[in-house]
Structures are given as structure tokens and as C-alpha cells.
Design a binder for this molecule. Structure first.
Ligand code: SRM
Ligand code: SF4
Length: 548
């Protein structure tokens, strides 16, 4: 736990001296001699929704030729609940084609990322995103990030109701500084005298994540969020939310003080109270989160250090009233349900690696040109095409049939997710998105050999222990350790309600298959009716890691 005397982390000074997120960004954008901006300003840029990166595939060659790294920027769009109109889809597609690397990347938090944007085009890109009625505010940085919301097709108006609350929370917790409008949208410089009444001048100690979920689906992995709202539905109507706090995935190899953690339920609120509860929790973390050690600065550590009862008291003090006790909840699954809904109004398709290559010929562009409903990005990096008009069904079905988007993936592939990792992620220790196709194909083959081709097993890969694909909640989770080497975690729940302990360390591809093959054999022979793989390995005690 930090003490009064613990020195503040460098980022705290950068934030405090930034004049509410301006820093030297303006000058950095203007400097033509480099494709990068000043290091301190890269921290501030995140609050505006963009990360400086470089193409790691090109590093050796550029290094040899004594060239600057191949710098470019990743731009992350804020899309509460992942819902886009067809016009917005077309706009993002065009921006990625004109100014990015030609791809759209659907993320594990229902956003869209553009990669490969040059510094000289950053303003144009963010302004074009604004022209499409979207923004990139607070999608990165020490603030509340994109708010997630269940996308699974539901038979009632519940989705719209919960999405509206997710959007309201997202809007309410945006930074108030006008730096974004000034830097990117050409607004007049403001004094911002009263700005940041919620965050204060140094924002949060670290990133903060919120998700809303409608059981029995747990597609947003609500227990991995700093703050979660689990819908309580009575008589078909939304009665309120059980509120959870203290989830998070990130860890660092060899540093046991960092760990993934599941959120705990601590209260209940009615729908109209959700925004104020979110603000009270955020203020609690603002005041008590660790500002000296960024590896200990998430809400999960604040709660682990002080206890849930202390935390609830702090939230209630900021809320000005007590919270009702949490209500029970149960989930059936976290994955997406692919294909058409029974009423043929909605189609869910697998997007391999969450990556969509853009261009006029892309079937999704053709669909967006005809579609009057919405696109919903799922928390598993897939896509729901919702509200399909009867006269568009045939066309949409045939456009999808001619694409890489799969409405009927194998059960394993359908439940698999990988983070971006190489070549753009500066923190990647191993491949992930580029590794998943080979890994999933080989695991599918193993499963088929054991007569398990239809087994629904949750597989997730991350290129480092930060866990951006939430691998610690998977039934089979792989966490990058070094090029071609992964730690294997086993035994998460199919419902996102149980962590997967470490099973084996530092495995290469053949080791991974070698470790899984006998487990699949046993699972085929010895599982109980309906028993999930994650439950089976826990029951059989396969989660120990001898020798590790
Ligand atoms: Fe993440 C950092 C990609 C969801 C935990 N994450 C990064 C960065 C920005 C690397 C960096 O800091 O330089 C990655 C950019 C890669 C690239 O080239 O695009 C990155 N994270 C992603 C995405 C794109 C993964 C994906 O393939 O979908 C997801 C974007 C979400 C979004 O749209 O907002 C993404 N990241 C997550 C999640 C999952 C979630 O939020 O549900 C987690 C685990 C949950 C959590 O936060 O605990 C996650 N990302 C991290 C961490 C570890 C944080 C920690 O508490 O230790 C980092 C590193 C950091 O913050 O220092 C990180
Ligand atoms: Fe990068 Fe690690 Fe996140 Fe993968 S898990 S995107 S490698 S930070």
C-alpha cells in the first residue's frame, strides 16, 4: 500500500503540468522533422484517444539503416456499447482506407481502432471521425474508458434501455477540458477555469473501465471491469442493477503483487441511479487510488488493500445515501451466438482476429450501403448486424457468404479471441492476433481427433500479461512470455465468473498442443453430461502446475 511519503509517479506530474491535457501536443504535431511527438506528450495523447506506435516488423531493417522507427498512431473510437450506424461504418471504413493502414480493428471493448495513421494526418482523422458523429475522447488514458454493454440479440426492448444508460454514463464521465476541441476540431482556446469538476487536474491514477451486462449473457465479462452493472430484470422490465467493483486483468510476469482479479458485488441501484453510482465509484478511486505506483493503481488494488466494506462506505459517502444490497445473478456464457436470430432480423458473424480489411469491394461496405439498422461490435471482437429489413436478408446473406466473415464458425473458433499484439503493440512479448489462426486450426484438429469437434471451449490469447483479450477468464488462456512462447492457463468458467490459474509456463506451439492433447482425451472419456472443459479440468485438478 502507498504511504503519504510515496513519491508520485511521473505521469502524475505530466498530467498536473499539462494545462488540462494540452501539454506540448500542439507543437509536437507541428514538428515536421520527426514522425513522433515528445515522450511526455505521448502520455497526454492517450486521453485524446490515440497512441504513438511504431511498426515492430520494420525495426531491425530501419535500425540497420539508421532510420527513425516507422512511427504511426493508433486511433481508438469511442463507441458506447459498440453500436454504429451504417453511415458511421462507411465513414470509418473510408478514413481507414484514406489515412490508416486500410484495416478496421474491432476491439475487445467494442471499439474500432485504426492503425498506421501518420502524425501529419492525425487531425484530419479525428476531425473526420467527429464529422461522422463519433469521437475518440477518453478511449485511452487515466480516465473512464469506452463503456461496454451487452450486444447479444435480445427478444425485448431491454437492450435499448441498458444501452441508453451505458451511453449516459460514458457521456457523464468524459473529461470536461476543452483541449480536445481545441487541438483536433479547431475550437478557440478556452481558459477552462472550471473544468474537470469530476476528475480534478490529475484525472484518475490509472485507466478505469465500466461494463453493463444483461444476464444470462455475460458477453462483456462484467467481472473483469473496474465497475460493473448487472441488469436485474423483473417481469420483463429493468428493475435496476447489481453493482460490482474491483475487476481487472493486467499483470506483469515475475511480479506477484500484480494479478488478475474478479470484481465483487457490493450494492444494488435503480436504473436512474446508475450514473450517480458510477460517478461516486470513480470519485472514490480518484481520491484513494495509488498515484505512486502505476502497477498498483487500478481500483482492484484499492479494494484489495482496503476491503470491500470500506470501499462501499466510501462510495456511499460520496453518493450521500446507502446502497441497497446486491441481488443474485447467474450467467450462462460469455461468447457470441452466431448466425441468424429466429425472427431473421439479426445476424452475428465472426470477424477473424477482429480485423476487417477495408475497401469498396468489402462486403460489409456493400451491406452498410443498403442496411437501415445498426452494426454492433461485440465484446468478443465480432459483429452483429441488427435490425435487418426483410427485403435485405437475401442480399446480406449472400454478401456475407462471399466474405471472410463467418456466421457458422467451429465452436472453438467462435469462442476464441486474440489481442492485437505484433506488429503494432509496443508491449507485445509474443504474437497473438497473427498466431490465432494457426493455433485455433491445430486445436480444432486435436479436438476432432478426440471426437470433441462440437465442444464449446473458450480460447483466448494475449501477447503479454496485460491480458487485453481477457485470457485469465478463458477455459484455455495463453499469455505471451517471449517470441513463440506462452504461459498456459486452464479452467476459467464458460460464464466469465472464474479465473483460470496458471497450468504450464513458457510453452512453444508444439508444447501447447502436447499439453492439451491428453486433457482432451480425458475430457472425451471422463466428462459428465453437459460438463464444460473448464469445469472438467478444475474437477480433475489439472490446474496445478508442477515444476513451475
Ligand atoms: Fe489493452 C495496453 C490493446 C482491451 C489491459 N492495450 C494496451 C495497448 C494500448 C498497448 C500500450 O499501452 O502501448 C494495446 C494497443 C495494441 C494495438 O496495437 O492496438 C492494447 N486493449 C487493446 C485492445 C485493442 C485489444 C484487442 O485486441 O481488442 C483492446 C482495446 C479496448 C478498447 O477498445 O478500449 C484492449 N486491455 C484491454 C482489456 C480488456 C477489457 O478492457 O475488457 C484489458 C484487460 C482488462 C483490464 O484493463 O484490466 C486490457 N491494455 C491492458 C493493460 C493492462 C492494464 C493493467 O491494469 O495492468 C495495458 C497496459 C497498460 O495499461 O499499461 C494495455
Ligand atoms: Fe499488447 Fe499485451 Fe494488450 Fe496484447 S495483451 S495488445 S500484447 S498490451
Amino acid at each position: 500500500m502507498p504511504t503519504q511519503d510515496s513519491p508520485l509517479s511521473r505521469n502524475e506530474t505530466i498530467k498536473r503540468e499539462s494545462h488540462l491535457l494540452r501539454g506540448g501536443i500542439e507543437d509536437g504535431l507541428a514538428r515536421k522533422v520527426t514522425g513522433a511527438i515528445e515522450e511526455d506528450d505521448t502520455q497526454l495523447l492517450k486521453f485524446h484517444g490515440t497512441y504513438q506506435q511504431d511498426d515492430r516488423d520494420l525495426r531491425p531493417e530501419r535500425g540497420k539503416r539508421k532510420l527513425e522507427k516507422a512511427f504511426s498512431f493508433m486511433v481508438r473510437v469511442r463507441i458506447p456499447g459498440g453500436v454504429l450506424t451504417p453511415a458511421q461504418w462507411l465513414a470509418l471504413d473510408a478514413i481507414a482506407r484514406d489515412y490508416g493502414n486500410g484495416t478496421l480493428r474491432l476491439t475487445s471493448r467494442q471499439s474500432v481502432q485504426l492503425h498506421g495513421v501518420l502524425k501529419s494526418n492525425l487531425r484530419t482523422v479525428i476531425a473526420a471521425i467527429a464529422a461522422a458523429g463519433l469521437d475518440t475522447r477518453a478511449t485511452c488514458g487515466d480516465v473512464n474508458r469506452t463503456v461496454m454493454c451487452t450486444t447479444a440479440p435480445l427478444p425485448s426492448g431491454l437492450h435499448a434501455e441498458v444501452l441508453a444508460i451505458a451511453t449516459a454514463i460514458s457521456e457523464h464521465l468524459l473529461p470536461q477540458s476543452s483541449a480536445y476541441d481545441e487541438l483536433w476540431l479547431g475550437a478557440e482556446a478556452a481558459t477552462d477555469a472550471d473544468a474537470e469538476s469530476i476528475y480534478g487536474p490529475t484525472y484518475l491514477p490509472r485507466k478505469f473501465k465500466i461494463g453493463l451486462v444483461i444476464p444470462p449473457v455475460n458477453d462483456v465479462d462484467v467481472l473483469s471491469q473496474d465497475l460493473g452493472f448487472i441488469a436485474v430484470v423483473e417481469g420483463g422490465a429493468l428493475a435496476g442493477f447489481t453493482v460490482t467493483a474491483g475487476g481487472g486483468m493486467g499483470a506483469t510476469h515475475g511480479e506477484p503483487a500484480t494479478y488478475p482479479r474478479l470484481a465483487e458485488p457490493f450494492g444494488f441501484c435503480t436504473p436512474d441511479q446508475a450514473v450517480s453510482v458510477a460517478e461516486a465509484v470513480l470519485r472514490t478511486q480518484r481520491d484513494h487510488g495509488d498515484r505512486s505506483d502505476r502497477k498498483h493503481a487500478r481500483l482492484k488494488y484499492t479494494i484489495a488493500d482496503h476491503g470491500l466494506a470500506w470501499f462501499r462506505n466510501e462510495v456511499e459517502a460520496r453518493l450521500g445515501r446507502p446502497l441497497a444490497p446486491p441481488r443474485p445473478f447467474a450467467f450462462t456464457h460469455t461468447g457470441d451466438r452466431f448466425g441468424w436470430t429466429a425472427d431473421l432480423s439479426t445476424l452475428t458473424v465472426l470477424v477473424p482476429g477482429g480485423r476487417i480489411a477495408t475497401g469498396d469491394a468489402t462486403p460489409l461496405v456493400e451491406i452498410a450501403r443498403r442496411h437501415n439498422g445498426t452494426f454492433r461490435i461485440t465484446p468478443n471482437q465480432n459483429l452483429v448486424i441488427a435490425g435487418i429489413a426483410p427485403d435485405q436478408r437475401g442480399t446480406i446473406a449472400s454478401l456475407i457468404a462471399g466474405s471472410n466473415l463467418d456466421p457458422r464458425p467451429t465452436p472453438l473458433r467462435g469462442g476464441a479471441m486474440a489481442c492485437v499484439a505484433l506488429p503494432t503493440c509496443g508491449l507485445a512479448l509474443a504474437e497473438s492476433e497473427r498466431y490465432l489462426p494457426r493455433l485455433a486450426a491445430d486445436i480444432d484438429e486435436l479436438l476432432a481427433r478426440s471426437g470433441l469437434a462440437e465442444a464449446e471451449i473458450l480460447l483466448r490469447v494475449s501477447g503479454c500479461p496485460n491480458g487485453c483479450s481477457r485470457p485469465y477468464l478463458a477455459e484455455i488462456g495463453l499469455v505471451g512470455r517471449a517470441p513463440g512462447r506462452y504461459d498456459l492457463h486452464l479452467g476459467g468458467g464458460h460464464d466469465g465468473a472464474r479465473l483460470a490459474p496458471l497450468y504450464r509456463q513458457n510453452l512453444d506451439h508444439d508444447d501447447i498442443l502436447g499439453a492439451l492433447a491428453p486433457l482432451f482425451g480425458d475430457y472425451a472419456e471422463e466428462r459428465q453430461p453437459g460438463e464444460r472443459f473448464g469445469d472438467f479440468v478444475r474437477r480433475k485438478g489439472y490446474t496445478a502446475s508442477p515444476g513451475d
